[in-house]
Design a protein around this ligand. Structure first.
Ligand code: 15L
Length: 259
């Protein structure tokens, strides 16, 4: 099995790569800044917006994990080009190459203006909080289109906060632990014929508000809980809109300003 990972030098990919390595599985890593290859990984350098590069990157690939793109707010032009156009390039290249499965990194910011008190099933309709959140909503829509037109399996993972440790008090709700991320993406790679799915990427946190049911239906079992870090987190708890809405501080950050 060969898995192409875009955005392979980024934070989530750096967490995932060692956890997805298996006998009989090759990782092909693509990023604008070349990631350190571990062992026998193949490395491709360039942008997900490069159609020729993506066409060759998708050759003889069994699954794509598309993590490439800006991971925070950026100008509309950048967001449109790298996140939205780039994701279309990835899906098109995968489709043309006959790749049967694509896993797309969506984000809690696709639904950032949903209230934290609402029920949050994974497929709740989008309420983006930033241009970045709009790009994640668009990525989910593109994934749906490519599934419906071409029958590709497409799983969109609305990732909470995937870091080594919860990044502050909000992370007690949103954290996806590294090991749970490994378990989740492994389930996405191996669950038979998932079709099109939107799932939450979160650990079984005591303060969790996102639904785990959709990810568990793919065989994911979270073994971690951010609560064990609670005593160490001393940043002030969010207030106002940052506390009211799923997207936290993204809901009040200026639009189109890189942060
Ligand atoms: C995201 O989508 C970002 O990529 C990440 O950097 C975090 O900000 C995360 O959301 C979050 O909400 O914590």
């Amino acid at each position: 099995m060969r898995v192409l990972i875009t955005g392979a030098a980024g934070g989530v990919a750096t967490i995932l790569r060692p956890r997805l390595r298996r006998d009989g599985r090759e990782l092909r890593l693509l990023d604008v800044t070349p990631p350190e290859p571990d062992g026998g990984d193949e490395v491709l350098t360039g942008s997900v917006t490069d159609r020729e590069l993506m066409a060759s990157a998708c050759r003889d690939v069994d699954a794509v994990i598309h993590l490439g793109g800006h991971s925070r707010e950026n100008s509309w032009a950048e967001t449109l080009d790298v996140n939205i156009n780039g994701s279309q390039v990835v899906l098109e290249a995968a489709q043309q190459a006959g790749v049967p499965r694509v896993i797309l990194a969506s984000s809690n910011h696709a639904v950032g203006f949903r209230q934290v008190t609402e029920a949050l099933p994974a497929e709740s309709t989008t309420r983006p909080d930033t241009f970045y959140g709009v790009s994640k909503a668009a990525i989910e829509a593109l994934g749906s289109l490519y599934h419906s037109r071409f029958g590709m399996d497409v799983i969109c993972v609305r990732i909470g906060s995937c870091f080594e440790r919860p990044p502050g008090v909000r992370g007690l709700t949103t954290w996806l632990s590294p090991d749970d991320a490994g378990r989740l993406f492994e389930a996405c790679l191996t669950f038979p014929s998932p079709g099109y799915r939107v799932i939450w990427g979160v650990s079984n946190n005591t303060r969790r508000i996102y639904s785990l049911a959709e990810a568990e239906a793919l065989g994911y079992r979270s073994l971690d809980d951010a609560e064990k870090f609670a005593a160490e987190l001393t940043d002030p708890a969010p207030t106002g809109d940052a506390a009211r809405y799923v997207g936290g501080p993204f809901t009040t950050a200026p639009l189109g300003v890189p942060n």
